[in-house]
Design a protein around this ligand. Structure first.
Ligand SMILES: *Cc1c(COP(=O)(O)O)cnc(C)c1O
Length: 406
């Protein structure tokens, strides 16, 4: 099994030649011909998400090509489907995991422990011990208490400290909860050495769906400064982990991954000069986001007041069945309906549950065709990331989001 996923076998996967048009389609986050064919032929019950594994592969290959100096650790939480993990494993990816469950999943698919990072800064002692017993030797931390757990249950392991950075510009910020102040990170890495651990490097995450390329520059500046400070204390860090944050295409146009990779490399060469550190990147959303489409169905279209032009459109998918990232209307998905092209009017878009929090978009000014009917299928684009795992088990009796990887 292990042989099937080691780096060398990756070269055996044949690259299918693709035209510019094919590539533009793969990257657009639109419905790929493969997904369209599946939906037409299988007519799966809705709601469901359909993930095109070729898009996942394409995204992985493009990112690896654009950041040749970085090891790619796919953030499993973005979409832990076995087929997704398998495809990435065969391509040579490593994996950023957040829990014992994710570690067990990845290992059960034959990924060797040296391609797994336990990247959550909040871990149970017993889970650290479990990971270590299974050979995992790369761990994140951001506090003294966590470092003490690592000292006790992961002796000699490589550890990296997550620093707090600004998440300005991110549509799904990950600030505050993770990371510590830079001066504390410096002290903790000195401590890590005293504890017999290997102070390997520093990590940050500029926030998910980050649309401001400048954010990587200030974050890299912070970690480069820490490299210098720690070198004076005879702690030679070797690695920077630039986290995730590369975006997927939602309602607003984004720049390609090339632009993001360029911004990162400009920052790294500017702040590290000729002494480039080892690099790790942990993409989640940018690998799987545009690979998936949720198909849903219109359950009800109603008006609440004769004087109000806005219609309420209720879908059979909502905040509790995969669209959690519409919280505060943060992530604005694109919609496709069979009535597209006709005249449109403003709508409030909501899910089917008996919870008034289950409104997807009220302020974001969504418009849908006036010709849209109850029973019509509504396709929600770029929903391959952070959907299946955010879907509740059976709130109100609705089943979790069904997923097909093709
Ligand atoms: C969620 C997460 C990622 C992935 O972030 P994206 O913005 O989806 O690329 C990477 N690293 C860590 C530590 C994370 O928690």
């Amino acid at each position: 099994m292990q042989a099937a996923v080691d780096g060398r076998s990756a070269t055996r996967i044949r690259r299918s030649p693709k035209s510019k048009r094919d590539i533009a389609l793969l990257e657009s986050g639109d419905i790929t011909p493969k997904i369209a064919k599946f939906l037409a032929e299988q007519q799966p019950a809705t709601p469901c998400v359909v993930v095109d594994l070729d898009v996942v592969e394409h995204n992985y290959r493009v990112l690896s090509r654009c950041l040749p100096l970085a090891r790619v650790f796919y953030a499993v939480k973005a979409n832990p489907a076995v087929e997704v993990v398998n495809r990435l494993a065969r391509l040579g990816s490593s994996f950023d995991t957040a829990s014992r469950g994710e570690i067990d999943l990845v290992m059960s698919l034959g990924v060797p422990a040296d391609r797994i990072s336990f990247g959550n800064t909040i871990k149970k002692q017993s889970d650290i011990a479990h990971a270590y017993r299974n050979g995992v030797r790369l761990f994140a931390f951001d506090s003294l208490a966590e470092l003490e757990k690592l000292r006790d249950s992961a002796p000699g392991a490589q550890v990296f400290c997550r620093v707090l950075v600004e998440c300005a510009g991110a549509e799904w910020p990950l600030s505050r909860k993770f990371g510590c102040a830079p001066d504390m990170a410096a002290d903790l890495l000195v401590k890590a050495r005293e504890f017999g651990l290997d102070p390997y490097g520093l990590s940050f995450h500029v926030g998910s769906q980050q649309t401001d390329l400048k954010q990587w520059d200030s974050a890299v500046a912070t970690v480069a400064r820490l490299f210098t400070i720690l070198a004076k204390a005879d702690v030679d860090l070797r690695m920077i982990n630039i986290g995730g944050g590369f975006p997927a295409r939602y309602r607003t146009e984004i720049q390609g991954v090339e632009a993001y990779a360029q911004a990162v490399m400009n920052a790294v060469t500017k702040h590290f000069g000729n002494k480039l550190p080892e690099m790790i990147v942990e993409p989640g959303r940018s690998i799987v986001g545009n690979a998936g489409v949720i198909q849903s169905e219109v359950v009800l279209i109603s008006q609440k007041d004769y004087a109000e032009e806005k219609r309420w459109v209720y879908l059979d998918v909502g905040k509790f069945s995969g669209l959690a990232e519409t919280m505060d209307e943060a992530i604005k998905y694109r919609l496709r309906t069979p009535a597209d092209g006709g005249e449109t009017g403003p709508v409030v878009l909501a899910g089917p549950t008996c919870d008034s929090a289950d409104i997807l978009y009220e302020k974001a000014e969504y418009h849908l065709p006036l010709g849209l009917k109850v029973g019509d299928k509504v396709n929600i684009l770029s929903t391959g990331a952070y959907t299946t795992t955010y879907s509740s088990v059976a709130f109100n009796g609705f089943a979790p989001l069904k997923s097909y990887c093709i």
